[in-house]
Design a protein around this ligand. Structure first.
Ligand code: GDP
Ligand code: MN
Length: 382
């Protein structure tokens, strides 16, 4: 579960991380009032659960109350990456000298949490990691010992943080660790942590992702869930026992099993395509579930072809095939569909699907190639 910036910053503040004063508004008038209380310049910040709001025009600087109201009206009317802006955070604006990246996540390979800092903060940290990896400093945290002072020192030195900021940096690092650990987070991130023009360290942005499996231990965090700004299809899928994550590509994926779904996405990319989604229809997928999944995939207008990759295990191939047939009868998609069906009763399944106007494939590689081909054909036709 992702938390909004304002929610993450509330948790940060509880752990002694300095944040700018500010409040959430849902209307331009309210934003104007908050700007009045704060005085001076304010930043109007869209609260949507996606990154890159700044680049999308969802972070605006207002010189006075009147401008705050005007920009609030604009931002509240925006959609950022398909998500409507329903709330804005009105924060006191600060003059920024330096932007630092500072975050904690789990390093699965090392089986440890890792604290990450970079002097090249503010912008896309993924971009920094890809182009100038030496600018990313990491300190692994022993899960039994917890965060140690030497971890923090390694980072402060690594990013060449001026010595006068070390004390507060230490406090922020400990706060971030406590927020991360205490909330069962999988990510706690400040980007940017800024040095202001009056030489203060301040968390200007905040992001936390909480492990869904630990939410039962955090009723107060569970309450923060904002389904109105979560991706509608993802919420819908969850209700029907499907795991669906929307992506930016053009090939819809209908797969049973999370591992197989990942492998399917990898091989689509290998053959030059881009998956439109991750979708695990789970075990025992019946016709209804398949139909629901198909509907969800087709809601995404970027989808140009669909790849069904089904492994018959406990769920038999013929059952899945019947499910697909029933779903197709109901939905009748107009885009090409490729199917690879293997495992228990695959033969029977394939026979059932022989007249279903689907492109069949034997191997996963073939299936992916055919799906990529089919999608480019559709793109060329339009
Ligand atoms: P993101 O784009 O979704 O990560 O949103 P951020 O909260 O990180 O804001 C993006 C950028 O806006 C930051 O990197 C800053 O450069 C700028 N910004 C945010 N808050 C302030 C502020 O209070 N004052 C100034 N001058 N710039 C700000
Ligand atoms: Mn940011």
């Amino acid at each position: 579960m992702k938390l909004h910036e304002y929610q993450s910053k509330q948790i940060f503040a509880k752990h002694d991380i300095p944040i700018p004063p500010g409040r959430v508004a849902t209307s331009p008038e309210e934003a104007r009032a908050i700007a009045g209380e704060l005085g001076g310049r304010v930043v109007i910040k869209s609260q949507v659960l996606v990154g890159g709001r700044g680049k999308a025009g969802g972070i605006r600087l207002a010189k006075n109350q009147r401008e705050a109201e005007k920009l609030a009206r604009e931002v509240l009317g925006m959609q950022i990456k398909g998500l409507p802006v329903r709330k804005i955070l009105v924060d006191k604006a600060v003059g920024i000298e330096t932007e630092i990246y500072f975050g904690i996540t789990n390093d699965r390979t090392a089986r440890k949490p890792v604290m990450i800092a970079s002097a090249a903060g503010g912008i896309d940290i993924e971009e920094v990691a890809a182009t100038t990896p030496e600018k990313i400093i990491r300190a692994h945290i022993d899960p039994l010992l917890g965060l140690q002072n030497y971890n923090i020192l390694d980072l402060a030195i690594g990013i060449e943080l001026p010595r006068e900021h070390w004390r507060v940096f230490n406090q922020i690092a400990k706060g971030l660790w406590n927020a991360f650990q205490g909330s069962d987070a999988t990510l706690a991130e400040i980007n940017p942590l800024v040095i202001t023009d009056d030489n203060q360290l301040l968390a200007v942005d905040g992001k936390m992702v909480i492990d869904d499996n630990a939410l039962f231990r955090h009723p107060n965090i569970t309450e923060m869930r904002d389904i109105t700004t979560e991706n509608e299809s993802e919420t819908e899928a969850l209700k029907h026992g499907l795991t669906y994550i929307k992506l930016e590509g053009e090939i819809g994926c209908m797969v049973n099993g999370a591992g197989l779904a990942m492998a399917t996405m990898d091989i689509i990319k290998h053959f030059g395509g881009e998956p439109a989604n991750f979708l695990d229809i789970g075990g025992g997928a019946n016709a209804e579930k398949v139909a629901m999944a198909l509907r969800i995939i087709l809601k995404d207008k970027n989808v140009k072809s669909i790849l069904f990759n089904i492994f018959g295990g406990i769920t038999r191939g013929d059952e899945v095939a019947r499910g697909i047939l029933k779903a197709l009868e109901e939905i009748k998609p107009e885009i090409p569909m490729v199917i690879r069906l293997v495992g228990t009763n695959a033969e029977e399944g394939r026979e059932l699907l022989a007249n279903a106007n689907m492109i069949t494939a034997e191997t996963l590689a073939q299936a992916a190639q055919k799906a990529v081909e089919a999608s480019t054909r559709v793109i060329e036709e339009v």
